[in-house]
Design a protein around this ligand. Structure first.
Ligand code: PMT
Length: 223
């Protein structure tokens, strides 16, 4: 129906940062607040989707109407996303997943020593690429956080990760990015369409992004 164009669809949204532990009291992470992903999940639910929000550690209330699954690390996020993947109509990956984690996780708090120290890092699994490689009917929506040549890098992520849409943020733009209530993005589609959006509140932006994707995918849903 026009009001609930996502009725009957299962949508998985990821949000927030991941934390990669160094020892029991320290970790590597990033400045994602989860606001963008929580807004996407809330709007998906408002538009009728059966919505699961898989979230790294953030300080936000659970959006109404969604199922919230809390995870910590990239490995936990991967496992959780995969468990919902087969039945999903769409996966929206707003999370800022760590690309590296400490190679070794110390069981005890590391003691300080004289002189400098080095932490060796290893790659985490690219969740979105894993989903792209095993994609069947799912619509895959990625985000790209870039500081330069945002559209260029966005386009290559769209192709390399086998996505249908990518939402590109230039995180150096003062009107958007990590932690802000507003964001400035361009939506790129697999078919080659580009939709630039002005700076707006993340919940407003989530509405226009989802409505644009719905119009591209299901033009007859009429909203
Ligand atoms: O949380 P906020 O404070 O509201 O900020 C929002 C945001 C800036 C975090 C968000 O809009 C955003 O851009 N999220 C994606 C950040 C990111 O990790 O971008 P990336 O270009 O490094 O990764 C590209 C895509 O691959 C993303 O969809 C990411 O979820 C995914 N990825 C990355 C690494 C990895 N190991 N697995 C992944 O799935």
């Amino acid at each position: 129906t026009a009001d609930l164009p996502l009725l009957g669809k299962k949508i998985v949204v990821t949000a927030g940062p991941t934390r990669e532990r160094i020892d029991p009291v320290r970790y590597i992470s990033n400045f994602s607040s989860g606001k963008m992903g929580y807004a996407m999940a809330e709007v998906a639910a408002e538009l009728g989707a059966d919505t699961v929000l898989i979230s790294g550690p953030v300080d936000l209330p659970k959006p109404s109407g969604v199922k919230l699954v809390q995870v910590e690390s990239a490995a936990e996020m991967l496992e959780s996303v995969l468990s919902y993947y087969d039945d999903a109509s769409m996966v929206i990956k707003s999370a800022a997943v760590a690309d590296y984690r400490p190679k070794e996780q110390h069981a005890q708090k590391m003691k300080k020593k004289d002189g400098d120290s080095t932490i060796e890092l290893e790659r985490t699994t690219d969740i979105l690429k894993t989903l792209g490689d095993k994609k069947e009917k799912q619509i895959l929506v990625g985000f790209a956080a870039e500081t330069n040549d945002a559209i260029g890098y966005g386009k290559s992520k769209l192709t390399n990760k086998n996505l249908d849409y990518i939402i590109v943020n230039d995180v150096t733009d003062p009107g958007g990015g990590f932690g802000n209530d507003t964001n400035v993005v361009t939506l790129l589609t697999r078919k080659g369409n580009q939709y630039p959006f002005e700076s707006m509140q993340k919940n407003e932006l989530a509405k226009v992004l989802l409505k644009t994707i719905i119009a591209e995918e299901w033009p007859n849903s009429n909203d």
